[in-house]
Design a protein around this ligand. Structure first.
Ligand code: EPS
Length: 385
């Protein structure tokens, strides 16, 4: 039984994107509506550019499946690129500040940034969203729900209640073009994107992911690798253009005394049937993680996305062929991909949670995973007997 893992392959303007997932147990129903739903949402959001009008991302599951159900073998997903022109696309010699262009060209000893940017492009996040979609097919079996949304774009911020439930977040988030659960913040966020577009500039923002329904004890405090907070930070920090990650209160915790940071523990027998098993908190400043493990509260993690580095107005750069100062290259780009990035963040978090889930409850089949989970829950319920 392998650890749940995935790798992606594929270039922005290559033939296709591929996701290869290993370690998924047999017996998981792979729902195309879920996987393609993630892909569709990732393509949307106010601020996207011309490329998303060309592509219609859907995933074909090539291997590891029989009649729509996983068989436990490696799973391969294929997303076709309509804009497939990698061999004809022109050279890029004037690196865009903020993109992988310069560092990659030096690393791979070339003056053509395209050698690097084709793979560095955030197009790759479609393949990650597909991996997250598969993870969600597992997690829904246990009523675990991951909800990603936009918290801010530029200086426009949403206000989101700490105790909002998943359905409340989803209903507002899915009814506006910036994927935020605060209807009152939508116009201001859209205006931030429009203003950036008018300036031939780009806009960044903050996304948040909450995970509902997690039992305590996923992850481990016994090793650096086992700590789930580190893994989630790594997963979000590895998304293209992300420059910061917070769990729970995050950096705000440093400005408060411990008594106003840590979430006091109470026991409420009426809540024994909930993921907290009755060990309740009045606050969730820890964001559902203590000692690198889930604690039964909602998991809360945020990521900061810088503005996209392909600017219509360009920036000062250097031509790698002539070493003369020139403006950076521009072909086409999004003005803002923060809504799309909220979908990617939701999905990379879903995958990390699924991985941690299988570490604790793993088995060759979904049946065994379910039995291990139920056995564990029973163990917690009987702790104080
Ligand atoms: C990207 C550049 C743009 C974006 C792309 C990321 O693509 P193109 O160069 O084809 O216009 O649209 O994002 C996607 C294609 C996507 O699917 O999200 C970049 O350079 O990072």
């Amino acid at each position: 039984m392998a650890e749940l893992s995935y790798i992606t392959a594929g270039e922005s303007h290559g033939q296709a994107l591929i996701t290869l997932i290993d370690g998924l147990p047999a017996g998981v129903r792979l729902d195309s509506e879920i996987i393609d739903g993630e892909l569709k949402r990732r393509q949307g959001g106010f601020g996207r550019g011309g490329r998303m009008k060309i592509e219609t991302d859907t995933a074909t599951i090539l291997t590891g499946v029989r009649n729509g159900v996983s068989i436990g073998a490696p799973l391969t997903l294929h997303i076709h690129n309509r804009d497939f022109r990698i061999n004809e696309a022109p050279e890029i010699n004037r690196p865009r500040p903020g993109h992988a262009d310069l560092a990659g060209s030096l690393k791979w000893l070339t003056t053509d940034c395209r050698e690097t940017l084709e793979r560095a492009s955030a197009r790759e996040t479609a393949a990650r969203a597909a991996a997250g979609g598969v993870a969600k097919c597992l997690l829904r079996e246990f009523d675990v729900q991951c909800v990603g949304f936009v918290l801010s774009i530029g200086t426009a911020s949403a206000t989101v209640a700490d105790d909002a439930d998943a359905d409340t977040l989803l209903s507002t988030r899915d009814s506006n073009a910036v994927y935020t659960p605060d209807a009152a913040a939508v116009d201001a966020m859209i205006e931030q994107v429009k203003a950036a577009g008018r300036d031939r500039d780009t806009a960044g923002g903050v996304v948040e992911v909450r995970v509902f329904g997690l039992p305590p004890g996923l992850g481990s405090c016994f090793s650096a690798r086992g700590r789930l907070d580190g893994r989630l930070m790594g997963a979000i920090g590895s998304i293209q253009a992300f420059k910061g990650v917070e769990v729970g209160l995050g950096f705000e915790a440093t400005r408060r005394p411990g008594s106003l940071v840590h979430d006091a523990i109470y026991y409420d027998p009426a809540k024994r049937g909930e993921p907290s098993f009755g060990f309740v908190r009045k606050t969730n400043n820890a964001g559902g993680l203590e000692g690198g493990m889930t604690n039964g509260c909602t998991l809360v993690v945020r990521g900061a996305m810088k503005p996209i580095s392909t600017l219509m107005r360009g920036m000062d750069s250097v031509n790698l062929k002539t070493l003369q100062p020139e403006r950076s290259d521009y072909e086409r780009s999004d003005v803002c991909a923060v809504p799309a990035a909220s979908v990617v963040a939701e999905n990379v978090v879903a995958f990390e949670i699924a991985r941690a889930w299988l570490e604790k409850f793993g088995g060759d089949t979904l049946k065994e995973v379910r039995a291990a989970y139920e056995h564990y829950c029973e163990g917690i319920r009987r702790l104080a007997e």
